[in-house]
Design a binder for this molecule. Structure first.
Ligand code: DMJ
Length: 648
């Protein structure tokens, strides 16, 4: 739509067009930059000419007012001897005055000469400009623009550098080459798979969040909103680093330096962005020491903070990175936030406070913990839904799989990451695990230990692939458990690992389904079609790795290798790796997604499974829920800003 407006210019009123107007031919409505520049030059030369011309006009009363107007600015007013009279407000000077008058005339004359010279130079320059070719003019404009940008940059030095903090002791960033030739060979194969996944993404999906390996193009899901933030690059960085894929790591770093920008109008999942991006960037920082990763992590964390602006301080599930407006998933019970989402921020946020000296991150997660501690827990269990407006639980569903899982994981890991000083977290974990064992862990008729889900007042005898991570968690938490139950929890971890292995072994592809049942004669198999898929998830392999580290039982390497071979055989395609829709079909179809966690977690855990234990030892590193290793903070010696001194 055209909206003509009238602007006064040199006494004339001319119509101009509002932006976007289209009734004039395009070339007339939008003058090119170089043409504008030339017009501007001519205009400025014209104005200078008019301005200077007044000085050369005869000195009569008709022009005196303008002349005085100029002098008014330059020197005190004096009487004009030729006219013998003065205007009101002028100084009249006699005797000595004549001398001053001469001096004044000389000054005015020299000023006129200067203006004339400037004017001639401007005219000359304008003529030269007009003689120049279009390309030369464009080049000049570009140079000028660059200079202005550089000057602006010099004036704005960018974000303030963060306060220096001692780097936690980074140990075990070693090659981790296993002494056994067989393990070495398998490890090399895993590295090759990583290279294939990365190279394919590099070639077909670079900069997109994920890859479609069949269509050979970029992919994204609603957890990243409409953003294009290179999730796979950030998620994969530390895996590349520990695998010694340094060229690829450098490529990723360059992309992050030049392109990773969080000022985007996109509504993202706070949880997913935290575990994949902040976790990934922090791990890359600690492993490589490259400041850029730390800075980007902090920039992103600031963008997540508005999500905590709720009546209770329980964050929204999603936040718009640009506007800071938050909201919850439409499918979550009565506008609730999700336990596994708001309960899986602690590790990253404690590190952010440690690295920035800013207490806000620590305070946000401690506030969540305190609020949860005050709430009633049905049977000692934590429901998956909590309303951030009312602070009340939503539906009483409880799960160690989806929606609940990493909340429990982060209680244990908060304790480990604090060098075992955060005893409050350990106690909360122990109490929760006791309730889980009592109400959710069961043995099937066939003798398989599984973790069911509490729904609508009864136990659903179904376990999700996601819940298989708990085998590793129980083993990791064994040491330090109350009443000397370390052996018991290691055993529980082993039983879960066995059950999850069975869920793989009972399929055609030797890959596990999304969920499996222990009901009506069924043992560890999926029933519903929409539970038969495998989307390159890591949890079963994650548990194998923890069990391997704690027991060195060769069966865990064997099981891990079975899974790796099955992935290579059934999920590998020329454009990367894809999930499959039915693990019970010998002719499966692909889902055409290479998930970023496949590079962050699945391949990393496999690689570690065939490495020696001195690569990222568990005494010094704690893996976040996306398998990003963060160093233990020796909080016995450090007080985090905003915290009380740690208690041993
Ligand atoms: C990962 O993003 C994380 O492990 C998360 O905690 C749960 N699910 C996926 C992988 O399955």
């Amino acid at each position: 739509m055209t909206t003509p407006t009238l602007l006064p210019l040199s006494g004339r009123r001319i119509p101009t067009l509002s932006p976007g107007a289209s009734s004039f031919p395009h070339h007339r409505a939008t003058l090119r930059l170089s043409e504008k520049f030339i017009l501007l030059l001519i205009l400025s030369a014209f104005i200078t000419l008019c301005f200077g011309a007044f000085f050369f006009l005869p000195d009569n009363s008709k022009h005196k007012r303008f002349d005085l107007g100029l002098e008014d600015v330059l020197i005190p007013h004096i009487d004009s001897p030729r006219e013998g009279k003065h205007s009101p407000g002028q100084m009249v000077i006699h005797g000595q005055g004549r001398h001053d008058e001469n001096r004044h005339r000389e000054e005015v004359a020299s000023l006129r000469d200067k203006i004339r010279a400037d004017h001639e130079r401007a005219l000359q320059e304008a003529k030269e400009k007009l003689r120049k070719s279009r390309e030369e003019l464009q080049a000049e404009i570009q140079t000028e623009k660059t200079k202005v940008m550089e000057d602006l940059k010099k004036k704005d030095p960018g974000p303030k550098p963060l306060p220096p903090v001692p780097m936690p002791k980074v140990v075990g960033v070693s090659d981790g080459e296993p002494p056994e030739p067989d393990a070495k060979e398998k490890r090399d194969k895993i590295r090759e798979m990583m290279k294939h996944a990365w190279d394919s993404y590099r070639q077909y999906g670079w900069g997109h969040n994920e890859l479609k390996p069949i269509a050979k193009k970029g992919h994204s899901t609603n957890i990243f909103g409409s953003s294009q933030m290179g999730a796979t690059i950030v998620d994969a960085l530390d895996t590349l680093y520990i695998m010694g894929l340094h060229e690829e790591f450098k490529d990723g770093q360059e992309w992050i330096e030049q392109n990773l920008d969080f000022s985007v109008n996109a509504e993202v999942s706070v949880f997913e962005v935290n575990i994949r991006f902040i976790g990934g960037l922090l791990a890359a920082y600690y492993l490589s020491g490259q400041e850029v990763f730390k800075l980007k992590a902090v920039q992103l964390a600031e963008k997540l903070l508005p999500a905590f602006n709720t009546p209770t301080g329980i964050p929204w599930a999603m936040v718009n990175l640009k506007s800071g407006v938050g909201r919850n998933w439409g499918w979550a019970s009565a506008g609730s936030s999700i336990l596994a989402e708001f309960g899986t921020l602690h590790m990253e946020f404690v590190h952010l406070t440690y690295l920035t000296g800013n207490p806000v991150y620590y305070q946000k997660v401690m506030h969540i913990r305190k609020l949860l501690a005050k709430m009633d827990r049905p049977n000692g269990l934590y429901p998956n839904y909590l309303n951030p407006r009312t602070g009340r639980w939503g539906q009483h569903h409880t799960s160690v799989g989806g929606l609940g899982d990493s909340f429990y994981e982060y209680l244990l890991k908060a304790w480990l990451m604090s060098d075992k000083t955060d005893t409050e977290a350990r106690k909360t974990y122990d109490d929760a695990v006791e309730a889980i064992e009592r109400h959710l862990v069961r043995k099937s008729n066939g003798g398989l230990t599984f973790i069911g889900e509490w729904k609508n007042g009864h136990l659903e005898r179904k376990m999700g692939h996601l819940a298989c991570f708990a085998g590793g968690m129980f083993a990791l938490g064994a040491d330090g458990s109350p009443d000397d139950k370390a052996g018991h929890y290691l055993q529980l971890g082993a039983e879960i690992a066995h059950t999850c292995h069975e869920s793989y072994d009972r399929t055609v592809l030797k890959l596990g389904p999304e969920a499996f049942k222990f009901d009506s004669g069924l043992e560890a198999v999926a029933v519903r079609q929409n539970e038969k898929y495998y989307i390159l998830r890591p949890e079963v392999i994650e548990t194998y790795w923890y069990m391997w580290r704690f027991t060195h039982d060769p069966k865990y390497r064997q099981w891990g290798w079975e899974a790796a071979q099955a992935i290579d055989k059934y999920c590998r395609v020329s454009g990367g790796f894809s999930g499959v829709k039915d693990v019970y079909s010998s002719n499966p179809t692909y889902d055409d997604v290479q998930q970023s966690f496949f590079l962050a977690e699945t391949l990393k855990y496999l690689y570690l499974l065939f490495s020696s234990d001195d690569l990222l030892p568990l005494e010094s590193w704690v893996f976040n829920t996306e398998a990003h290793p963060l160093p233990v903070l020796h909080l016995g010696n450090i007080t985090l800003p905003g915290s009380e001194p740690a208690q041993r």
